[in-house]
Ligand binder design. Structure first.
Ligand code: NAD
Length: 278
């Protein structure tokens, strides 16, 4: 299998372009799913305090016998912990649950413009403490719209390394991706398979047949060729292996365009401008 490419973030840190997401994996299934992923060659795990499985992710990492610096680990701040003191406690809690002394990436999970008086800038400023003291090698945001990012640009010295947003063929996110490209913020595409919704699309099926790959592999390859970072989730070992086996084929520019043209601006998750995180 061809190696997973590393991308370089705006602070010089390297991140594997494909990782493994653990949202909605039950704690009792997490050690086994993450172990399967690490055995299959994944070296990047995306978790969050709110997923309730940081402890089990840490356990799987320890059981793998891999060195800490071989695995890129992301976690995210709980929506209930945006106040600076709460954020400090939550960050310590994530490190403790994972059993790690640093994270590769720590994100504000949602901007929550209707809570905390809309003040995600103080929250960001607290994350910069973890970056400066080295316990977060990179920091970033998730579900931020261009107007949220503009505020951080205006009010903070440190630019997010990534913005993790929902992206799939039915939600191509041209505006946010364009803003991020212009400002050297890497895009991480969450729910890259649209939680499975896009996999029965006829146009994707036709391309999969031509490429002798599965629809899931074609969609993941589409993200990779667009330059986004992805971490598909599955608890099924065969699918975990299928989702990493996307580096031995390519889509033509026309095929990438055909898939991008499926856009319907259709979210599967909440709207970041109104979501209150509860
Ligand atoms: P996903 O798009 O990765 O879809 C996962 C689902 O697709 C699986 O449950 C399974 O039903 C199906 N699937 C997976 N592989 C398949 C295959 N090869 N063939 C057929 N079906 C397959 O959805 P997700 O888990 O919601 O997103 C991935 C990751 O993104 C999460 O685990 C999490 O790490 C991250 N995420 C972040 C946020 C955020 O707000 N930042 C929100 C949601 C998800």
């Amino acid at each position: 299998m061809t190696a997973i490419p590393d991308l370089t973030l705006n602070n010089g840190q390297q991140i594997p372009q494909l990782g493994f997401g653990v949202f909605l994996i039950e704690p009792q299934d997490t050690v086994s799913a993450v172990s399967t992923a690490l055995q299959a060659g994944y070296r990047h795990i995306d978790t969050a305090e709110m997923y309730g499985n940081e402890k089990e992710v840490g356990e799987a990492i320890r059981q793998s016998g891999l060195d800490r610096d071989e695995i890129f680990v992301t976690s995210k701040l709980s929506n209930d912990a945006h106040r600076p003191d709460d954020a400090r406690e939550a960050f310590d809690g994530s490190l403790k649950a994972l059993g790690l002394d640093y994270l590769d990436l720590f994100l504000i999970h949602w901007p929550l413009p209707t809570r905390y008086y809309g003040d995600f800038v103080s929250t960001w400023s607290t994350l910069t403490e973890f970056y400066r003291d080295g316990r977060a090698r990179s920091i970033g945001v998730s579900n931020f719209q261009p107007h949220h990012l503009r505020r951080l640009h205006a009010e903070s010295e440190i630019i997010p390394a990534v913005n993790q947003i929902e992206v799939n063929p039915y939600l191509t996110q041209d505006e946010v991706r364009g803003f991020c490209a212009e400002h050297q913020i890497a895009v991480e595409a969450w729910s890259p398979l649209g939680r499975g919704n896009v996999l029965s699309d006829n146009a994707i099926a036709a391309i999969a047949q031509r490429a002798a790959k599965t629809p899931a592999q074609v969609v993941l390859r589409w993200h990779i060729q667009r330059g986004d970072i992805i971490f598909p989730k599955s608890v099924t070992p065969d699918r975990i292996r299928e989702n990493i086996d996307i580096f031995d084929f390519g889509l033509s520019a026309a095929e990438v365009e055909t898939i991008s043209a499926l856009n319907r601006n259709e979210r599967t998750g909440p709207d970041p401008d109104t979501f209150d995180g509860r």
